[in-house]
Design a protein around this ligand. Structure first.
Ligand code: FE2
Length: 313
C-alpha cells in the first residue's frame, strides 16, 4: 500500500479567524496570524488498484491575488490537478475508485475525467450542484456499522474505510487507510490547518456546526487512541505528515511555521473567485456590475458564503 500526495497549489495562507472562529466567532482571533496553505489531494496505490481521495480543482480555475484583507488564499498553481497526477506516473484510465470526501470544487473538480472509476460519496452529498451530471456515482450508505469510535462506516477495500464525518458539509466523510500499523486519516476539511486540531477549534465553514463539533470530538478521540497520520488537503502539514509518517500527538504539537506573504503582485482584473467553492464572479457576466458594488449581504450563488470569502483574481 502506497499513499501519495497529489500537489497542485502552494504558498497559500489561512488567517486565524477563518480557521479558528467557527464556534467562538472570527472576531476573537488575530487576522494577522496566517497559517501556511497549499492544496493537495491523495492517491492510494494498493498494488492492485489505484484509488483517489478527491480530484482537485477543475482545470482553468483562476489563480487568486490576495491582499492584506484576504482571510484566506488557496495559493499559486503548481500545475493542474491532472498534470500533478501525470507527474506521479499515473494515467486517468488506471483509476478504479474515487473516494470523495465532500462536494466542494477544490475536492470534486475533475470527477468527470476518470472513465473507469466508480465514485463513492456519502448519499447526503448527492444533491450538490458540483455532482450533477457526473456518471458512475456509488452512493455510500455506511452499511458496515462502527469503525472504532466512529458510528458509521463502509469498507471500500482491504484496509480502506469510508467514514461518516458530517459537519463541514452534510455529506462530509473521512477515509482511513490502515498500513504498517498506522492509521492514515485522509480528510476533507475537518480542519484546514493542523493547529486547529491541536487547539480544538472549528473553522467558519460548515453546513452543520453541531455535527462539525461532534466530528471534531470523534477525530480527536480517535487520534488520541490510535497512531494516526493526519493528512489534510489545505496545508503543507498534510503531505509533511504523510511523507515523514509522522504520528499526530495532540499534546506535543509540531511547531507552527507561519506563512510569509507577499502582496506585491496583486492584479486587478475585476474578476473575483470564491475561495471556498471556486465560483468565479466576472462582471462581464453580471451586466458590468463590479464586485465591489455588490451589496454587503450578497452571497456566493453556489456556496452561500459572504463576500469576504472572495479574492481578486
Ligand atoms: Fe471544503
Amino acid at each position: 500500500m502506497i499513499i501519495k500526495a497529489v500537489k497542485f497549489r502552494k504558498d497559500g495562507f489561512y488567517s486565524q479567524p477563518f480557521v479558528f472562529g467557527g464556534e467562538e466567532g472570527a472576531d476573537k482571533f488575530d487576522p494577522n496570524i496566517r497559517y501556511r496553505g497549499s492544496l493537495q489531494n491523495y492517491l492510494i496505490d494498493t498494488g492492485t488498484e489505484v484509488i483517489l481521495v478527491d480530484t482537485g480543482l477543475p482545470a482553468g480555475t483562476p489563480e487568486e491575488a490576495p491582499d492584506e484583507n484576504s482571510i484566506l488564499y488557496t495559493g499559486k498553481d503548481i500545475c493542474t490537478y491532472m498534470e500533478a497526477l501525470a507527474n506521479l506516473g499515473y494515467k486517468p484510465e488506471q483509476v478504479t475508485k474515487i473516494l470523495l470526501t465532500h462536494k466542494h470544487s477544490d475536492h470534486s473538480g475533475e470527477l468527470k475525467s476518470f472513465p473507469n472509476a466508480q465514485i463513492f460519496v456519502n448519499e447526503e452529498e448527492l444533491s450538490a450542484a458540483e455532482l450533477q451530471g457526473i456518471p458512475n456515482i456509488v452512493p455510500v450508505k455506511f452499511t458496515n456499522g462502527a469503525y472504532y469510535n466512529f458510528p458509521e462506516s463502509q469498507k471500500i477495500a482491504e484496509g480502506i474505510y469510508f467514514i461518516k464525518a458530517k459537519g463541514h458539509t452534510n455529506g462530509n466523510s473521512i477515509i482511513i487507510v490502515e498500513s504498517d500499523g498506522l492509521f492514515y486519516m485522509l480528510h476533507g476539511d475537518i480542519t484546514y490547518v493542523d493547529e486547529a486540531l491541536y487547539e480544538n477549534k472549528l473553522s467558519v465553514v460548515f453546513d452543520d456546526i453541531a455535527a462539525a463539533r461532534e466530528t471534531m470530538d470523534r477525530v480527536r478521540e480517535f487520534v488520541r487512541s490510535h497512531p494516526t497520520v493526519y493528512c489534510g488537503t489545505h496545508t503543507p502539514q498534510g503531505y509533511e505528515n504523510l511523507e515523514a509518517k509522522r504520528v499526530m500527538d495532540l499534546d506535543n504539537p509540531v511547531p507552527t511555521v507561519l506563512a510569509e506573504v507577499d502582496f506585491s503582485d496583486s492584479k486587478a482584473t475585476g474578476i473575483y473567485v470564491c475561495s471556498i467553492c471556486g465560483y468565479v464572479y466576472d462582471p462581464e457576466e453580471h451586466e458590468g456590475t463590479a464586485f465591489e458594488e455588490l451589496p454587503d449581504d450578497w452571497k456566493c450563488p453556489r456556496c452561500k458564503q459572504p463576500k469576504e470569502k472572495f479574492n481578486k483574481a
